[in-house]
Design a protein around this ligand. Structure first.
Ligand code: ZN
Length: 440
């Protein structure tokens, strides 16, 4: 991460005088604590180190994790014995506790589902045929452009709550369904408002370069210049985004345009990430000088790009929900990436066109069944490596003293059940920055 990176977090509610929390009698707590001082995202064998403690307890105070260890040690601890009345004790009844999921790729600012696209695709239309017929990303623009900011904020807030019910505590949220200056800023402001009313953590991203809007259809370069000269500086000035994202692919933006947008982001103090290799292969090594936090999708990756990726801290974020929903038989080659030493994360890619799911357990399940990731690897990719992909691994993604109290309690006996029971929600409780959220 470049040192100039702006830390732009939507305002969180002032931590109310929170009562401490003691989660006791946990069957398995997956700490994901690092073996040594963390030096970067988990790769290869390190992606399989969950550091499980059995019969465990976790103490959280003031929104932070204070200690994690065996329940019997916690119950003997003199401070806990003395202050037991001041803390809320939760008997986890042998359930499994994991770090809250870090969903590092979502598009939550839209108005309506894309049901016509859904049916057309079932009838055999391709992604690009749907886009050419006026469906796809462009069909979501009108709704967002017309919607009041309060309406968008309420929609995002609902999504954040749904995500928390599935164990997610940190969410990257992109704009990208407005594609005018006004509607992109409105989308980012809606994300900020929604985040301020949610106890979890939201990392906002400007995705002005999602697709070329109709008004610029035959002059995409003019649109790129508008993104660079107007959108990015305006979002940066208002501190509305931490990242700038680009959809670099056939039918979207070229590698040259992507470099131009990355350069504008850098000049405005924003970090970068990109949708890469979903539909076609783009050479990645030339972009690494911008230190992208993440390249996402990665269905098509050139052999010669693997080495440079291994040497970088850029995370490959795989989003198998999109492959599933598009009905593709091919998925990103996770084994090739992981076995070569590329850092891999998992995310939902929540969006109305190609991946309408908020479920990280579902993304994990698809990673196991279709990408041959082990449940262990999928769990680490969905937590600590998601945190690295957002530049928040110093606070998120593992259960270690000093980190934010972001935890998910699953009503299962073994963590491998989380991707195993696909399509049903076994998350019993989520703790977001020390605030308890349980399903109604
Ligand atoms: Zn996406």
């Amino acid at each position: 991460m470049p040192a100039t990176l702006l830390e732009v977090q939507p305002k969180q509610p002032k931590p109310r005088k929170q009562k401490g929390l003691l989660l006791a009698n946990i069957g398995q707590v997956l700490t994901l604590a690092s073996a040594s001082a963390p030096t970067g995202p988990r790769r290869s064998a390190a992606l399989r180190e969950l550091r499980i403690i059995h019969d465990a307890a976790v103490l959280c105070l003031g929104g932070k994790i204070v200690s994690v260890g065996p329940t019997k040690d916690a119950l003997r601890d003199p401070w806990i014995r003395k202050n037991r009345r001041k803390i809320t004790e939760i008997d986890c009844s042998r359930k499994v506790v994991i770090p809250g999921f870090v969903d590092s790729h979502t598009h939550p600012v839209f108005v309506a589902p894309r049901l016509v696209d859904f049916e057309k695709r079932i009838e055999g239309a391709s992604y690009e045929q749907i886009a050419a017929a006026g469906g796809g990303i462009r069909s979501s623009l009108e709704g967002v452009r017309k919607a009041a900011k309060t309406v968008l904020a309420a929609k995002v807030r609902t999504v954040l709550e749904d995500m928390a019910a599935y164990g997610t505590t940190t969410v990257e949220a992109k704009s990208g369904y407005g594609l005018t200056l006004e509607s992109e800023l409105k989308s980012l402001e809606a994300i900020r408002t929604a985040a301020a009313n949610w106890p979890g953590t939201v990392v906002p991203t400007l995705l002005g370069a999602h697709v070329v809007p109709k008004e610029f259809q035959d002059c995409s370069q003019k649109y790129v210049e508008f993104v660079c000269k107007d959108m990015i500086p305006s979002a940066a000035r208002r501190r509305l985004a931490r990242f700038v994202d680009v959809f670099c692919d056939r039918g979207a933006f070229t590698p040259e345009q992507t470099e131009q947008i990355f350069e504008a982001a850098r000049q405005n103090g924003l970090s970068v990430r990109a949708h890469m290799g979903q539909l076609s292969e783009t050479r990645l090594a030339p972009f690494l000088r911008f230190h992208p936090a993440s390249f996402d999708h990665m269905d098509h990756v050139h052999d010669d790009d693997i080495g440079p990726l291994v040497k970088s801290d850029t995370v490959a974020t795989l989003v198998p929900g999109a492959n599933y929903f598009l009905g593709w038989k091919d998925y990103p080659n996770a084994r090739r990436l992981i076995d070569s030493g590329v850092a891999v994360a998992l995310a939902t890619d929540y969006n109305p066109g190609t991946s309408p799911t908020i479920s990280m357990p579902m993304a994990m399940s698809l990673a196991c069944t279709h990408m041959k990731m082990s449940p262990t690897e999928a769990l680490a990719a969905a937590t600590i490596n998601g945190a690295w992909a957002l530049g928040v691994a110093d606070r998120k993604g593992s259960i270690e003293p000093g980190k934010d109290a972001d935890l998910a309690v699953f009503d299962v006996q073994d963590y491998r059940e989380i991707p195993y029971w696909f399509g049903s929600n076994h998350c019993a409780m989520t703790i977001l920055n020390g605030v308890l959220a349980a399903p109604d």
